[in-house]
Write a protein of this length. Sequence first.
Length: 234
Amino acid sequence: MKNKGQSAVEFMILLSTMFFIFVSFISVVYTNLEQKNYEKKDIALKEIASSLQDEIQLAYEASDGYSREFELPETSLYDYYEIMIDGEVLYIVTHDNRHAMTLPVYNVIGQPLKTGTNKIMNDKGVLYLNTVPGEAVFRLTVNRANSGANGVSGTVVKTVSGSSGINCIDGGDCYHDYSSGTIVKLSSYGYGNIAVNDLAPFLNCNSMTYSNSVGSCTVIMSSDKTVTANFKDI
């Protein structure tokens, strides 16, 4: 007959085995859920990009004088994203850079908006998005600078709510085209051993401020402009 000690050991082995199987099962379920969630976010982002691609296609195939309004969601399954057109390529990427894609589009003058109503038109075969024929369009370019040893990796300069287009991070978008008179608001901040230069957070802004480790810059687009965001090692 088995003694009580041996039975207790066997029970603990059985219990440990069952616990291992349970943990493994939970891990597999969690991994599957994560994968499905990732795929859902990919699909959601593609739907947004495809909807803009379709609007451009419709305008391209339409007759002279075609005009249509449409809206894009501000978020993609609760993820903030950036969307822009450069030449004949549409770019879309989430702010965490986990989801991104490109789609081919016809050449269009102007950029999409995530807040408010977009308007696209066909004027004598030329496509205009949120601009009108004869309206000046200027480019805003953002540079990042740090004279310290840590460089600018891990720094961020982006447009704040109400503006669109710039998400200047490592591998991000550091320029955007705006209609004449557009007021663009930028914010900057750093991570780890890099911080915003509180003495001169930006160069070439119409106005700028610094508060709570964040730099703010306002630019009024009246020509092509280049803004520099300054950082420092800490």
